[in-house]
Design a protein around this ligand. Structure first.
Ligand SMILES: *Cc1c(COP(=O)(O)O)cnc(C)c1O
Length: 233
């Protein structure tokens, strides 16, 4: 028997497969209820601070799209697994320091946290140097929280123009993380409005507690961690 505080449950891999299937079914139902095609919604399994057993459980269950918050942690975990799973799609969903832009472009297929001009410039340079073009989402601080990163809604149109038109970055859409105490739907609706105004199709919004609401309001990408993997270590 494992000690009570053991972070890894003995049935972890099976548990992950079951929860992943439940989330997929739930997503499909939310899409159906919203009159949307479930295939138009990408499920990013957020694997930050999860055990190898759980991550391998998700891989065995067929999941190929994963999200990570830290470049270093992601490199250690995913560089070796790339060899076994050629069809992996890795999203960076955590804040990116400018001096890690190069590493992020080398490792990730999608960068969801483009949030300031200096980073946009560093990413443009890294992409040109490496001849790799990971799709980018611009993070929007929809709640205008001082401690949270992201472009303020009022500054978004100019930032989209800088990233897309001046720097030629492959901007796919917008991403937001609503304030914890707010009704998330208000933020998702705002993000959808901002994206439409800038002719952007991608909407990365919705996490374990609110992905159903996000799908109803047009999410094309949901980022789900604990509902799939369980509590983080
Ligand atoms: C950790 C994280 C998630 C996943 O959160 P859960 O509540 O575990 O689903 C999604 N998006 C971002 C940006 C995160 O940092």
């Amino acid at each position: 028997m494992q000690p009570a505080d053991s972070p890894v449950e003995p049935d972890d891999a099976a548990g992950v497969a079951g929860r992943l299937a439940a989330v997929r079914a739930d997503l499909a139902e939310a899409a159906r209820a919203a009159g949307r095609d479930a295939a138009s919604i990408e499920l990013v399994a957020v694997s930050k601070r999860q055990s190898d057993a759980r991550i391998d459980g998700a891989l065995v269950a067929g999941q190929r799209v994963f999200g990570e918050n830290y470049v270093q942690e992601a490199a250690g975990r995913w560089a070796p697994r790339r060899a076994a799973y050629a069809d992996l799609v890795l999203h960076l969903i955590g804040g990116l320091q400018t001096n890690k832009a190069r590493d992020a472009v080398a490792l990730f297929d999608v960068i969801q946290t483009l949030d300031r001009p200096k980073l946009a410039q560093a990413l443009a340079k890294a992409m040109a140097d490496q001849a790799r073009r990971p799709a980018c989402y611009i993070q929007v601080n929809t709640g205008e929280e001082s401690q949270k990163s992201g472009i303020l809604p009022a500054d978004l149109d100019a930032f989209v123009a800088l990233c897309r038109d001046e720097l030629g970055l492959p901007v796919k859409g917008l991403m937001c993380i609503p304030p914890v105490d707010d009704e998330p739907g208000l933020h998702f609706a705002l993000l959808a409005k901002l994206a439409a105004r800038n002719r952007l199709d991608g909407l990365s919004m919705g996490m374990s507690d609110d992905y159903g609401t996000a799908v109803r309001l047009g999410a094309t990408c949901v980022r789900v961690g604990t509902a799939i993997f369980g509590k983080r270590l």
